[in-house]
Design a protein around this ligand. Structure first.
Ligand SMILES: Nc1ncnc2c1ncn2[C@@H]1O[C@H](COP(=O)(O)OP(=O)(O)OP(=O)(O)O)[C@@H](O)[C@H]1O
Ligand SMILES: [Mg+2]
Length: 251
């Protein structure tokens, strides 16, 4: 279980402290799919970076199985916002193998893992492509495969499908759910998109514009989810209303 307790974080800009995360407390069960939904600038990326160990915080605790999360580790892999996460000078296979290579894993084991995860994300046969030879969707697939190579307990995903067209996005959502079901990885997935949050999540953590938690909403709709299915529109409506009327907090 991942626990975030009373997390506070501020950035100092021009000598003035600005609170970005305010009293954030929640827990994520092992194997759970949590979506974080909130308006631009509310602190979603910052929260994910704190959980990933990339960002320090002012007070509070983040623990995984009771142990403090202090720095990046292979138990928490992050897929960042944007497309340029792969090393442009390395092939897809070399990108995937890289994290295992620096851990000293033998080359035959690396190759087997590469085969397995390329297949899992639908990129079998793309070993020798360079990132610039891939579409945006394929780059995201490769980035997901690379994150999975180290078999993390938690996948931290920051709007990974945000820049994709609707059709590619839908197919990647389906593939991610398949991977999640197969590997039992915990997923924390940031999105702006209410529909995406409903399709993917077990629960939805809704943030306030000022960096707090508005609500954590269980999503009990039957999987696989389709926008036309019973209950979908009602949940969408209630999330939309909550997203729309958050008070902006000034510090
Ligand atoms: N390194 C930094 N220094 C100063 N302020 C920062 C820094 N990183 C983020 N911020 C501020 O923290 C706030 C939250 O930023 P963050 O990137 O976490 O938002 P977000 O919810 O991910 O937004 P988006 O949906 O647009 O990606 C913003 O007001 C931003 O300006
Ligand atoms: Mg962000």
């Amino acid at each position: 279980m991942l626990k975030v307790e009373q997390l506070h974080k501020s950035f100092t800009l021009a000598g003035r402290a600005k609170t970005v995360l305010h009293d954030i407390t929640f827990a994520v069960a092992n194997g759970e799919f949590l979506c974080i939904l909130g308006p631009s600038g509310c602190g979603k990326t910052t929260l994910l970076r704190c959980i990933g160990g990339f960002e320090s915080y002012d007070s509070g605790d983040i623990t995984l199985e009771g142990r403090p999360v202090a720095e990046p580790d292979t138990d928490r892999m992050m897929i960042f916002q944007g497309f340029d996460q792969l090393f442009p000078w390395k092939t897809v296979a070399a990108n995937l193998e890289y994290p295992l290579k620096i851990k000293g894993v033998a080359s035959n084991v690396r190759r087997q893992a590469t085969e397995r995860f390329l297949h899992l994300v639908g990129l079998s046969g793309y070993h020798d492509y360079f990132p610039h030879q891939l579409s945006g969707g394929m780059k995201q697939r490769a980035a997901i495969a690379r994150a999975l190579m180290l078999e993390p307990r938690i996948l931290l995903m920051d709007e990974p499908f945000g820049n994709l067209d609707a059709q590619t996005r839908n197919s990647l959502q389906k593939e991610l759910l398949k991977i999640w079901a197969q590997l039992h990885t915990t997923v924390i997935f940031v999105t702006h998109d209410i529909e995406e949050a409903i399709i993917l999540s077990d629960r939805i953590l809704m943030m306030l514009p000022g960096g707090g938690i508005r609500d954590i909403i269980p999503n009990r709709l039957e999987r696989p989810r389709r926008p036309g299915a019973a209950g979908f529109a009602e949940l969408w409506d209630s999330l939309y209303t909550q997203l729309g009327d958050g008070p902006a907090r000034e510090d």
